[in-house]
Ligand binder design. Structure first.
Ligand code: SAH
Length: 223
């Protein structure tokens, strides 16, 4: 409905001002994407009015859509350009992939829970996000056929060991952001790869659901 679209557009403006810009996010591409993507369509209808709040929300299968600020911070940290090809591990609701798709050339996104993969694939088609390629598999092994990637974003918490296949599938000059740590708290790690090797910095503490897979947590429970 038109009236609803306007209502949600206003909520997005408030979200950007109060949660994103006020905390130091400046990249105009990130701000424009956050202003455009209809976050309320990436959550269950019953939660639509809460979609622009300053918190994560459940998306089923014990998984969550990240808080808007975290999405903005991770996206900005990747220093994206419109030619970039980006790999996302953890499709979930599809919101982060949609934000990326507004900024870059192509997004490759991997999800390990089949029901989320199917539902989100359908949503991308419905909302006409044609530059998002989806895959149902364990993302800790990356997507070697399509590598190297200009940027990699992992939206589930790795163990202290960052999955080696992801590091090797990053292009020289490529950036990666990944939460890594223990079950209860993680550091948001930013990696940069150049001819000399890998350079790592921490962007601060965070808390994500587990990255489960061959190069991640071994138990099948997602929490
Ligand atoms: N980016 C998502 C966040 C979803 S939560 C969004 O914007 O909504 C993290 C997601 O990572 C969950 O859907 C979970 O199933 C998925 N995940 C966890 N381990 C994974 C793995 N090894 N490969 C692919 N997806 C994984």
């Amino acid at each position: 409905m038109k009236k609803d679209a306007l209502k949600y557009e206003r909520l997005r403006e408030v979200m950007i001002k109060k949660q994103i810009e006020s905390r130091g996010i400046k990249d105009p591409k990130v701000l424009a994407a956050m202003g455009k993507v209809p976050r309320h369509l990436f959550v269950n209808e019953a939660l639509a009015d809460q979609a622009y709040g300053d918190f994560p929300l459940p998306i089923g299968e014990q998984q969550t859509i990240s808080q808007p600020y975290i999405v903005a911070e991770m996206t900005q940290s990747l220093q994206l350009t419109e030619e970039d090809r980006v790999l996302e591990i953890g499709t979930g609701s599809g919101y982060q992939a949609a934000i990326l798709s507004e900024i870059v050339f192509r997004v490759y996104t991997v999800e390990r829970i089949r029901s989320l993969y199917v539902k989100t694939r359908q949503l991308f088609d419905k909302l006409r996000y044609f530059n998002i390629v989806t895959r149902y598999s364990d993302g800790t092994t990356g997507w070697s056929d399509q590598s190297p990637f200009d940027a990699i974003i992992v939206t589930a918490g790795a163990t202290e060991e960052i999955p080696a296949p992801l590091i090797s599938q990053l292009a020289v000059g490529g950036r990666m952001v990944i939460p890594a740590g223990n079950q209860f708290s993680q550091d948001l790690i930013k990696l940069y790869k150049d001819e000399k090797g890998i350079h790592q910095t921490s962007l601060g503490g965070c808390r994500f659901v587990k990255l489960v897979g061959e190069h991640g947590w071994k138990d099948i429970r997602g929490t």
